[in-house]
Design a protein around this ligand. Structure first.
Ligand code: URA
Length: 457
């Protein structure tokens, strides 16, 4: 084993020098142990790789990627980058290969680091501390996820060149005295001030201008991750203000959108579009209402729109919908004759870079949306409803039903309509092997044939 030591968590130059030495020695990645910080006395210490070596040429894009990844908090990053470097030099991998799992992993790490850098710039807040002789000193506390403080220091120096400031973090603290930047050890949050007079004035001003009609609460929430709220003076009031604003907003809107007996599917849809009964409307692109003949004899209820449904504004048009279409055809069910809808009408997701990852709606969200499903059922009056998956079964029957043990069985919706419970088509998309997939698909076809017979024969 060879120990490759670098001086600090974000020591890119140190890592690069060690790589040069290791490559000259021909050290395979598996034989290298990476360590950060001063050398400790260790009876069983391995030989240290500390060899000066000439620069090595690296493919375009690698150095930039490595500079970012070095700041990531994953202790494996040094080894992963060294592995990539070795493979690139041996032409086993190519920087342009976007499908390469190692390159993808490292690119994702670099992206997380860049995001953390951005968050520190956007959400760090200085608080004023008065020093002897009335000198002002601005102090901020920030908890980065990655080792980005040094990388970000130049930005704060440029941006606040004329102020004396300190940024305290659990990793290290940096201090600017208007001339030079100093670095000191980590601090604890209790060393950072929490209140100052400017903040008080700011909060008073902020609460007076806070008007949900002018300020989109959800847009603000999206921009300002909760994790940073406690460091920001203006957000000391936000939770309270948002809650009362939301209550006012919901009360106002609910008065306007309560379904009435005079509603048609179209007027109901228009009302549902303005629904704010749960927070899912905020991040979603649009509400996805049911579609199909107003007198359909068969109704399908899914869980919630997915990414593609959210963009298209129509239910079951994405991968699960396309699979459902194929299986409906196999079961002899004409989709155009059925009413297709969902238990929850907005797409619930968590962002991951540019992707939106589906998240299951919770019971509160299902219950809030039940209002709209109930009116759809009352208006369409289907003879049978097929519940696709557990969320639909829960919403329709009010019961928590395990789909695997209840599939193919009949229950009753809260309105008294027969409900046939079966799997959700996306379940088939997640199955690991062809054999299970075929078996489950055949059972699904049989459930849908059963539904067709009950309704049309
Ligand atoms: N999954 C659902 O449950 N509904 C849709 O509309 C699409 C995917």
């Amino acid at each position: 084993m060879i120990t490759a030591r670098i001086s600090a968590e974000d020591d890119f130059e140190g890592w690069r020098n060690q790589c040069r030495g290791l490559m000259r020695l021909g050290a395979p990645p598996a034989d290298v142990v990476w360590q950060v910080g001063e050398q400790r006395t260790d009876l069983f210490a391995s030989p240290e790789a500390n060899i000066e070596a000439a620069p090595i040429g690296v493919p375009e894009g690698f150095a930039e990627l490595a500079r970012s990844v070095i700041c990531h908090s994953d202790p494996e990053r040094f080894a992963l980058l060294y592995q990539l470097l070795i493979d690139l030099k041996a032409r086993r991998r190519h920087m342009g290969d976007k499908a390469d799992p190692l390159i993808r992993k490292l690119e994702m790490m670099a992206k997380n680091v860049r995001r953390d850098i951005h968050k520190m710039r956007a959400f760090l807040r200085f608080r004023r501390v008065e020093e002897a002789e009335g000198e002002e000193h601005f102090v901020a506390w920030f908890e980065p996820e990655h080792h980005i403080v040094r990388t970000n220091a130049a930005f704060f120096v440029r941006r606040f060149a004329g102020m004396k400031w300190s940024i305290l973090t659990p990793q290290l603290s940096i201090h600017w005295d208007r001339k030079k930047l100093l670095e000191a050890s980590a601090t604890s949050k209790t060393d950072a001030p929490t209140e100052d007079t400017i903040e008080e004035q700011w909060k008073t001003y902020y609460s007076s201008i806070f008007n949900p009609a002018r300020l989109k609460v959800n847009a603000m929430l999206k921009e300002m991750p909760k994790k940073y709220w406690h460091n920001m003076p203006e957000t000391a009031l936000v939770t309270e203000l948002i809650q009362s604003a939301r209550n006012r907003e919901v009360a106002m809107i609910e008065k306007d959108i309560v379904p009435s007996v005079a509603d048609t599917l179209a007027t109901l849809h228009a009302k549902a579009n303005r629904c704010r009964r749960c927070p899912l409307n905020g991040p979603a692109t649009q509400l996805v209402y049911g579609e199909g003949p107003a007198d359909a004899r068969l109704m399908f209820v899914g869980e919630q729109p997915g990414d593609q449904e959210d963009r298209a504004g129509r239910p079951f048009v994405g991968p699960a919908g396309q699979l459902l279409d194929a299986i409906l055809a196999e079961a002899g069910v004409d989709r155009t004759q059925a009413y297709m809808t969902n238990a929850v009408k907005h797409f619930k997701f968590r962002p991951e870079g540019k992707r939106r990852i589906h998240e299951r709606p919770n019971v509160g969200e299902i219950n809030h949306c039940r209002w709209w499903l109930k009116r759809e059922i009352e208006l369409v009056k289907p003879n049978l409803i097929v519940a696709l998956g557990a969320t639909a079964a829960r919403s329709l029957t009010g019961r928590s039903l395990a789909v695997t043990s209840n599939r193919g069985q009949l229950f009753e919706s809260l309105e008294g309509t027969p409900v046939l419970v079966t799997i959700h088509p996306s379940y088939l998309l997640r199955l690991p092997d062809a054999e299970t997939s075929e078996r489950e698909r055949a059972l699904f076809v049989a459930d849908l044939q059963n539904a067709r017979k009950r309704v049309y024969q």
